[in-house]
Design a protein around this ligand. Structure first.
Ligand SMILES: C[S@@+](CC[C@H](N)C(=O)[O-])C[C@H]1O[C@@H](n2cnc3c(N)ncnc32)[C@H](O)[C@@H]1O
Length: 219
């Protein structure tokens, strides 16, 4: 049994506690200190890829698209979004914890093939929620994977992200036919109702045994 090595720690804004990066052999883990749990492990990432593949499927061959990924984690969703879109497209990635972006510039970046270094990637440090306050239709796809499901896990403020008001604000930032895709470890019927109230056309896709992503089309 290999003991994990602590590679870095970071303070999550707004009293979110401590985020830790550890390495065990070839595997990396980003988790919350104590018993709060894991946000991301490099060993299991097919659903993070699926989030981008599903959320960007409508952008195949389309020029000059803009996709928002929230958050960066280990960069798997970002890498898949870069792959799923044309060379003229831009992928913005919002990341709350600046150290996560720094970690991606080091050995952690190798996990997903260093997508942070791609010239089409634009890193936006800060809360992804701030980008939904513009009311401007800016994104052809929004790929959200900031918690483990539609409730605040990384920090309590994220609870607001899944409220009706937030979903309506997100909808305003989507271009016509834009897609919002949300990663979740479970199917949440109450959240599904919330999405319907926000007038999204909703489609739950189950990926592998325990992970699912909800794809929502702007009308
Ligand atoms: C589950 S990981 C993302 C995994 C990522 N999809 C991947 O492919 O590796 C969640 C990430 O979202 C970030 N995050 C959490 N809340 C956020 C917020 N409100 N705004 C931006 N980033 C956030 C965390 O710091 C973490 O890096």
């Amino acid at each position: 049994m290999i003991t994990p090595t602590l590679l870095g720690t970071a303070v999550i804004p707004n009293n979110g506690g401590e985020l830790r990066l550890t390495q065990r052999g070839n595997d990396f883990s980003i988790h919350l200190k104590g018993l709060r749990g894991e946000l991301m492990n490099s060993r299991v990432h097919s659903s993070e890829l699926a989030l981008a593949e599903l959320g960007c499927a409508h952008l195949q061959g389309v020029q000059n698209t803009t996709v928002l990924v929230g958050g960066l984690g280990m960069g798997f969703t970002l890498a898949a979004a870069l792959k799923a879109t044309t060379k003229s497209s831009t992928i913005e990635v919002a990341e709350l914890v600046p150290e996560v972006a720094e970690w991606n510039k080091g050995p952690l970046g190798e996990c997903a093939g260093r997508p942070i270094d791609d010239k089409r990637t634009v890193v936006r440090l800060g809360d992804v929620a701030a980008l939904f306050k513009t009311n401007k239709p800016s994104y052809d796809a929004i790929l959200l994977d900031v918690d483990n499901g539609p409730e605040g896990f990384t920090h309590a403020d994220n609870n607001n992200l899944y409220s009706l008001n937030s979903l309506l604000a997100i909808k305003q930032t989507l271009r016509p036919k834009g897609v919002l895709a949300i990663w979740s470890a479970w199917h949440d019927p109450t959240f599904t109702q919330q999405l319907k109230k926000a007038r999204f056309k909703e489609d739950v896709k189950t990926v592998r045994v325990w992970q699912s992503a909800t794809k929502l089309q702007n009308t």
